[in-house]
Design a protein around this ligand. Structure first.
Ligand code: GLP
Length: 240
């Protein structure tokens, strides 16, 4: 496991974007796993910039989002369909056809179809990840099986509270989601895990230095052969 610590969002985003761009340079039809949340925003900005600088052709790249709220209207501005479109597809310069997001219907069939779509694309080459305050990856909350696959899940009170900032009130946050499982995420050939800010420091320290346990979903990444943590100083502050 590699841990890189940066002083500012620009250099952090640039380093993380280089992991993505290097994969695309090696394989123009690379499959990139996409994450929502504030942590990867500097990566997406740098991805667009670096692609322009290097003249990278992104037309064959495919993207798969980690998760979506269950039951949300995909047209809702806070659905991950919308967020991925606004924060990734448009700024990076992809087309909507290149990017897949799990169905908000969150049925067993939808979950199975998503697993099959990832497999049919050849699997994920680089998975971009944020980390929740409680150590969740995607919407794999504490207690998620370490070998779980794409499925419908219930959100914890903490996650609903954290995500309430995007909605009118906590009561408007969907209480369930569909998410790639920890086993699905672990199948990616490389993991790039971003964390920014003091609120993530405890989860980052536990995930990197604590035991591998369902209580800390991100700890599973210790068992991945190719993972890089990309942190700012605040998120790294509790690492020994
Ligand atoms: C959401 C997403 C996660 C994301 C997390 C952290 O709950 N489902 O995939 O990692 O938020 O978000 P942020 O980066 O904004 O802290």
């Amino acid at each position: 496991m590699e841990v890189r610590v940066f002083d500012d969002a620009v250099s952090l985003g640039r380093f993380a974007a280089e992991q993505v761009l290097d994969a695309i340079a090696a394989k123009p039809d690379a499959v990139i796993g996409l994450a929502t949340g504030s942590s990867p925003l500097s990566l997406y900005a740098a991805w667009a910039e670096l692609a322009r600088e290097r003249g990278t052709d992104l037309s064959a790249v495919r993207g798969f989002a980690l998760d979506e709220y269950a039951g949300i209207d995909p047209a809702h501005p806070e659905s991950y369909h919308s967020v991925i479109a606004h924060e990734v597809v448009t700024p990076v310069g992809l087309t909507p056809e290149q990017v897949f997001v799990p169905s908000a219907e969150a049925t067993e069939e939808a979950a199975e179809a998503y697993e099959q779509a990832i497999a049919a694309a050849g699997g994920v080459d680089v998975q971009i990840l944020g980390i929740g305050r409680n150590g969740h990856l995607g919407f794999n909350e504490p207690g998620s099986a370490l070998d779980s696959r794409t499925r419908r899940v219930a959100l914890t009170a903490e996650t609903i509270e954290d995500n309430a900032r995007f909605f009118d009130s906590a009561a408007d946050v969907p209480t369930e989601a569909i998410t790639q499982g920890l086993g699905t995420i672990m199948d990616a050939r490389k993991l790039v895990i971003l964390a920014v800010g003091e609120a993530k420091a405890a989860a980052v320290a536990a995930a990197i230095e604590g035991p591998v346990t369902e209580a800390m979903p991100a700890s599973i990444a210790q068992r991945h052969p190719n993972v890089v943590y990309v942190l700012d100083r605040a998120a790294a502050s509790l690492l020994s």
